[in-house]
Design a binder for this molecule. Structure first.
Ligand code: NAD
Length: 435
């Protein structure tokens, strides 16, 4: 089985490396020459734990290769995965499918022999059929199939998620493509992974429905956290009491500054747009989209309100920039909104993140000074804000904060410290959903 993976971003690179680990021959294609030349010499363009080892192992074994040459790669492939970006389209909120359709046009030129073209990118309902038409128009001579195989991996634990998924969803148009994809995922039979086969439209919608549901769950606990602060309850105990109910489950009940990342923000908006397009509404998700946006700004207000003399010219230390730990992905990170708001009010921002500072530099330019470690970030700060819950921040003691800081305000947007210990060290400490 020869697999081509178009796009070597978080999804394409991890999926390609994992398929080669399953034993298939995989060629990953990207337009970005710099990325491809880095990957050829085992340098990772993204931070993802364990990925460097997996890529090197499979490149050394000759099962995994990288190229910018789409035409030969696609011509040799039995299965071509499309794993390019589907960001929010400027202006109207729909998913921007230009990368997907451009890839489909290119693939159509070069496939030879029966080939299954599979979308791994998150694409709105109906996209698979459009890809089918694009290829059919160019290649009426050829037998091919289009399938949908949305990806559910999470950045930070992407390899494990791919190798040990809760389920695999595959939308197909017929038996032949189903047989091919059964083979592709047959290594997961050993661990009895459920493989759900559906039609194209259903598979496409499953991905959006799942992501939007998780976004609703996060927003729900964030609103409960706000209520906890008003009534003097502890959100962690509330979440525990809820999560022990098996119908609810404990995951995604951790309060914070609002969801970010490369998926939930754009996928919730795209789902709302899909519903509108067919004359329907998903009002719960509409509400979540606007609440989550407001929440990020309200976090900035929360920080400002902790300083009696205002934030102007204050030294604000930010611990954590990535949208979550164990990734360098800054796309739609809450840090972007929060820092921009504080900066616009005249704060002097110094920030530290264990992995995302290179990425962050392109977002913030000279708005932010970057510290070389957490101690240097905290030193002399009037206020310290925890935005991403990296493990290394958990180990910073309360006395370290009070020794290093100039002021004493600590705003913990991830609840990683004990309120008693922090206050015991003389800090003016606040967190989310607990008093
Ligand atoms: P990304 O932006 O990190 O990577 C996309 C890559 O595709 C880039 O390297 C780009 O150069 C390349 N590319 C674009 N057009 C190309 C073409 N015609 N030929 C070759 N290469 C091309 O994107 P990502 O985060 O990996 O996401 C990809 C898709 O997977 C999106 O639809 C996303 O919603 C979905 N997804 C992402 C995650 C995640 O955690 N990032 C999880 C599940 C699903």
């Amino acid at each position: 089985m020869q697999i081509a993976m178009i796009g070597t971003g978080y999804v394409g690179l991890v999926s390609g490396a994992c398929f080669s680990e399953f034993g298939f021959n995989v060629t990953c294609v990207d337009k970005n020459e710099n990325k491809i030349s880095q990957l050829k010499s085992n340098k990772m363009p993204i931070y993802e734990p364990g990925l460097d080892v997996l890529v090197k192992k499979n490149q050394d074994a000759g099962r995994l290769s990288f190229t910018t040459d789409l035409n030969h790669t696609v011509a040799d492939a039995d299965v071509v995965f499309i794993a390019v970006g589907t960001p929010t389209r400027r202006g109207d909120g729909h998913a921007d499918l230009s990368y997907v359709f451009d890839a489909a046009e290119e693939i159509a030129e070069y496939i030879s022999g029966y080939t299954v073209i599979v979308t791994k990118s998150t694409v709105p309902v109906g996209t698979g059929k459009k890809i089918f038409k694009i290829i059919q128009q160019k290649r009426s001579d050829l037998k091919f199939d289009v399938a949908s195989n949305p990806e559910f991996l999470r950045e930070g634990s992407a390899i494990n998620d791919f190798m040990r998924p809760d389920r695999v969803v595959v939308g197909v148009m017929g038996e032949e493509a189903k047989n091919v994809l059964e083979k592709v995922y047959s290594p997961l039979n050993l661990i009895e992974t459920p493989i759900q086969f559906t039609d194209l439209e259903t598979a496409e919608l499953i991905k959006y429905a799942a992501n939007a549901f998780l976004a609703v769950k996060i927003s729900y606990i964030n609103q409960i956290a706000d209520l906890c602060e008003k009534v003097g309850a502890d959100v962690h105990d509330v979440a525990k009491g809820m999560g022990l109910d098996k119908r609810i489950g404990a995951k995604f009940l951790h309060p914070g500054p609002g969801f970010g990342g490369s998926c939930f923000p754009k996928d919730t908006i795209a789902l709302v747009k899909t519903a509108e397009q067919v004359g329907g509404r998903i009002s719960i998700v509409e509400e979540v989209v606007s609440y989550n946006q407001e929440r990020k700004l309200s976090m900035a207000q929360r920080i400002i309100s902790r300083l009696k003399t205002g934030i102007k010219n204050k030294k604000v230390s930010i611990l954590g920039l990535a949208f979550k730990p164990e990734t360098d992905d800054m796309r739609d990170s809450p840090a972007l909104e929060i820092i921009s708001e504080l900066y616009s009010k005249g704060a002097n921002i110094i920030a530290y993140d264990p992995a995302a500072m290179n990425e962050a530099k392109s977002f913030f330019q000279d708005k932010v000074v970057f510290a070389e470690d957490s101690e240097n970030c905290i030193r002399g700060a009037d206020v310290c804000v925890i935005i991403t819950e990296w493990n290394e921040f958990r180990a910073i003691s309360a006395s370290k904060f009070s020794d290093l800081m100039n002021g004493n305000v600590v705003v913990d947007l991830r609840n990683i410290y004990s309120p008693d210990e922090m206050r015991g060290a003389g800090l003016n400490y606040s967190s989310i959903g607990r008093v």
